[in-house]
Design a protein around this ligand. Structure first.
Ligand SMILES: Nc1ncnc2c1ncn2[C@@H]1O[C@H](COP(=O)(O)OP(=O)(O)OP(=O)(O)O)[C@@H](O)[C@H]1O
Ligand SMILES: [Mg+2]
Length: 510
């Protein structure tokens, strides 16, 4: 008989204006990898948040190892050996890795035999042991602010293991990783399963499910559509079940029609916050009607190129020309007004004001202009109208329409909101950094269409993506960045995915 460690029965959860989970029942076996698939806003994070005690269901019951429980808090979930790595990490920036891992569970030591103190050394040791056992290497004394995304994720995983979690929930763990890091993480996840842990994995990437999961549940607008055996189901079938229609995996692209040069980058050199040169003498230009894509392994300088063009990072030498006008010394807002839209990589930190409403966020880049502001007075109807229009066009799903606080929206719908706002600026130059990260495949299809439509309307587009498929599918011209240098630039049709992949690893073209 199969042993179910997690049973969620007839779970319903309502938020103002929306039923996030509607009579959902799933059962997870001990030692399996159970995937959760569904469109942005389908209710995946909500369902798992209830298992982790962040919300209580309005209806339904939860059984852990066969026993009915009311999970009232994350601390309670931890006692039940349930751990969760959230879609947006929850670490304290200026604490060390060890401090973050033991937070709330500090081991006690006695100095001189009687003074109570936190036993940091003892924890360092336990953490090192866990890192070794599961292949999750970290330096426990480093501060969170000094480590990259994939290491942060390791910290989150170690935090669960430190608390002896047996049921591990991963909410879109691969959305923030590079392809290499993803392979590594999937190996870790397999290893955890093989050591007897039970894994629940939320992801939008069907190949990942195919790769590691045993079973997969599909949610659609809060309802459970089905649970399937992964080995005997094709990715195409999963996709269709999720979106409720046929999904096309290829994008139709019209032949390019280039116009005059819009962006000209000459000898751009950029230093990062630590004073290291991360972009080295990079030059390229983008014409009207052209999608110029920069391919590269994460951390090779591509985000800094985008930050320098949009004005978030100063350039230490070189020139940036927009329509022939030197913008190198302009502020971010001046550049926006001159004609740049920017979809940044870190959408929560730079892209949105989480506690503002959706309609305010959708007007964030133009609220100071007409029709939003007349003679210094903000015009509410203009905000409403703009918000409603964009929600409709970009299929942004939220509980209370334009009045929804952005913080309460699902990750993917937050991303759609940024994209809508930036495209709507109709800027001459549009910079998209990882535009489809965290989006479901239906939404990706829609965003790809929007990007191509902008190109066909004559915009110059800079696309930075870690997804090689996305680059190959959209780009007219591809540049590969490696260690801060632009190695190769060529028309997309002259390059194969394999070549681009090789250049990304530093192989030079002959
Ligand atoms: N705290 C909250 N307050 C109000 N509404 C919420 C809250 N949390 C989630 N929702 C709403 O519930 C719905 C489901 O959201 P959820 O985050 O579970 O989606 P998801 O499947 O994880 O989507 P994504 O793939 O985009 O992360 C969304 O419409 C969201 O706006
Ligand atoms: Mg989610």
């Amino acid at each position: 008989m199969d042993e179910y460690v997690v049973e969620m029965r007839h779970i319903t959860k309502r938020f103002p204006g929306i039923v996030a989970n509607d009579d959902v029942s799933i059962s997870v076996k001990k030692g399996e990898i159970f995937a959760l698939l569904g469109e942005n806003g389908a209710g995946k994070s909500t369902l798992m948040s209830m298992l982790f005690g962040m919300y209580e269901p309005d209806e339904g019951e939860i059984l852990i190892r066969g026993e009915k429980v009311h999970i009232t808090s994350p601390a309670h979930a931890t006692q039940l050996n349930i751990g969760m790595v959230h879609q947006h990490f929850k670490l304290v920036e200026n604490y060390t890795i060890t401090e973050n891992i033991v937070l709330g569970q500090e081991p006690r030591a006695r100095i001189l035999g009687f003074l109570p103190a936190v036993d940091i050394k003892g924890s360092d040791k336990k953490i090192s042991e866990l890192s070794k056992r599961y292949g999750l290497e970290v330096d426990p004394r480093k501060k969170i602010e000094d480590i990259n995304v994939s290491t942060r994720q390791r910290v989150e995983i170690l935090k669960m293991l430190y608390r002896e979690a047996e049921i591990l929930i991963f909410d879109e763990p691969t959305a923030v990783l590079t392809p290499q890091e993803i392979d590594f993480l999937l190996d870790i996840i397999r290893g955890l399963r093989d050591s007897g842990k039970t894994i629940i994995l939320i992801t939008h990437k069907l190949e990942e499910i195919k790769n590691v999961a045993d079973r997969c549940a599909v949610l659609c607008r809060g309802k459970l559509v089905g649970v399937m055996d992964v080995a005997s189901t094709s990715t195409k079938a999963m996709a269709n079940m999720m979106v409720g229609r046929e999904v096309s995996f290829t994008t139709d692209k019209k032949p390019a029609n280039f116009g005059k040069e819009v962006l000209n980058v000459e000898g751009l050199t950029v230093k990062n916050q630590d004073g290291l040169t991360v972009v080295k003498n990079v030059s390229f230009s983008i014409k009207k009607g052209e999608i110029f894509a920069i391919a590269g392994v994460s951390g090779n300088g591509q985000t800094e190129v985008a930050d320098a063009i949009s004005g978030l990072l100063p350039s230490s030498s070189g020139k940036i020309l927009l329509d022939g006008k030197d913008i190198t010394a302009m502020s971010v807002r001046e550049r926006t007004l001159t004609g740049i839209s920017y979809i940044p990589e870190d959408r929560q930190a730079v892209g949105l004001v989480l506690d503002f409403s959706l309609s305010d966020n959708l007007a964030l880049k133009k609220y100071f202009k007409e029709p939003f502001c007349k003679k210094g007075v903000l015009q509410e109807e203009a905000f409403d109208e703009n918000g409603k229009k964009l929600i409709e066009e970009y299929d942004i799903r939220s509980g209370q329409g334009i009045t929804t606080t952005v913080r309460s929206m699902s990750g993917g719908n937050q991303q759609k909101a940024i994209i809508a706002r930036e495209i709507e600026l109709s800027s001459e130059l549009m910079i998209f950094v990882q535009p489809t990260r965290g989006l479901d495949i239906g939404a990706i299809e829609n965003i790809h269409k929007q990007i191509l439509a902008q190109r066909d309307e004559g915009r110059a587009i800079l696309l930075i993506s870690l997804e090689l498929d996305e680059i190959i599918g959209l780009a007219d011209t591809i540049g590969v960045i490696y260690n801060g240098e632009m190695l190769n630039m060529a028309p997309a049709e002259t390059l194969t995915a394999i070549q681009v992949g090789e250049y990304m690893m530093g192989v030079k073209a002959v």
